[in-house]
Design a protein around this ligand. Structure first.
Ligand code: ACO
Length: 335
């Protein structure tokens, strides 16, 4: 059996910086409220009309990851693409990226696990590598969320939280089973599907895909969330799934060199850090700059750490995420 080693990571975020003050001009909110409740100072939005999309951002992140990994698209055997904001309703963005990278007829797998998407995608890629089916896999988290946000006072509960961006990681098979992805742990709980969702376009009514009528449309196509319930579950599940990963590998909290929590809210990350009794220098947050970029969050974090030269051989990374579904997941990676 092989292990999967991450040999390169990359990211891309749009140039358009949207500050809390910018949002305050569109809705009844304030920099103070947003920072106090979420830690977010600014986020990146695709400039309307600019040629761009979830797949194009993924392409740019992939190029950087490939450069850092010193591989070309020809070397890659498959794509696993996580997003909740695909370019089309179908097909998924994976095939669009596959075409942009000129990967012939190599497979592209699309995955929907929202904020847990990147860890789910890592896990799927890891299984293909473990069995020996593929040697190198490009794993993507990419989101263009700004286009679906209601940036009026009515949508402020969600509108201030999200941003756009993409991250990519290249996994390679290694026979050294002390290195790479040590394990991944995935969970979901569909009874909470309605707590954080976008209903349309969907088939849940068994009738027309899109309702007519303004009011109904708003409730269906805008993201809906019971923020407090999501918060409560996130701060419980993220420590729980991190402990599950440590127990599986006979490791303890003290063994973690770097903890990367999904970035939904700085207060969530801080509470998770406190539950796990992790010191500040081991926890990495960037929600202040980007907001919640959903499946893109963790690969963006990894890519920034790579850029800053903070990833060192032998270090143990713990990744944990929680989001819509509910879904939650963790991964332990030895560099
Ligand atoms: N600006 C100003 N006031 C606001 C805003 C805003 N942007 N948004 C809401 N408010 C108001 C509300 O209307 C409410 O006013 P009221 O008391 O008069 O009714 C008040 O502020 C408090 O609102 P709450 O929703 O109770 O605020 P809370 O402290 O719970 O914070 C938040 C909201 C930030 C959304 C928090 O609940 C949270 O972070 N939840 C978890 C988010 C998360 O983890 N999501 C998962 C990932 S997303 C994914 O998977 C796609």
């Amino acid at each position: 059996m092989f292990n999967s080693k991450i040999i390169g990571v990359g990211h891309f975020v749009p140039e358009n910086i949207v500050t809390n003050d910018d949002l305050s001009k569109l809705m009844d909110t304030s920099d103070e409220w947003i920072q106090e409740r979420t830690g977010i100072k600014e986020r990146r939005f695709y400039t309307p009309g600019e040629k761009g999309s979830t797949a194009i951002m993924a392409f740019k992140a992939s190029k950087l990851a490939m450069k850092r990994a010193k591989v070309t698209a020809d070397d890659i055997d498959a794509i696993v693409f996580a997003t909740l904001s695909p370019d089309y309703y179908f097909p998924g963005s994976g095939v669009l990226l596959q075409e942009m990278l000129k990967m012939g007829t190599k497979p592209a797998i699309d995955l929907r696990a929202q904020c847990s998407g990147f860890i789910y995608a890592l896990s799927v890629a890891d299984q293909f590598i473990k069995t020996g089916m593929y040697k190198k896999i490009l794993v993507i988290g990419s989101e263009t969320q700004s286009v679906a946000l209601d940036l009026t006072t009515r949508g402020r509960g969600m509108g201030v939280l999200f941003g756009d961006g993409a991250g990519a990681a290249i996994l390679e098979a290694t026979e050294d089973n002390t290195k790479g992805i040590l394990s991944t742990h995935l969970h979901s709980q569909g009874e909470f599907a309605d707590v954080l969702c976008v209903r349309e376009p969907g088939t849940n009514k068994g009738g027309k895909v899109i309702y007519e009528g303004q009011h109904e449309m708003y409730d269906l196509i805008s993201p809906q969330m019971d923020g407090k319930l999501v918060f409560k579950n996130a701060i419980t599940r993220m420590p729980e799934v991190t402990m599950e990963a440590l127990a599986k590998n006979n490791l303890t909290i003290e063994d973690i060199d770097m903890f990367l929590p999904h970035q939904a809210n700085l207060r969530i990350s801080q509470m998770v850090q406190r539950f796990l009794k992790l010191p500040d220098e081991k926890v990495f947050n960037n929600i202040q700059k980007y907001g919640n970029t959903t499946a893109a969050t963790l690969p963006i974090l990894l890519s920034e750490l790579w850029e800053e030269g903070r990833i060192k051989e032998g270090q143990l990374f713990a990744l944990a995420a929680f989001g819509s579904g509910f879904t939650w997941a963790s991964a332990l990676i030895r560099w």
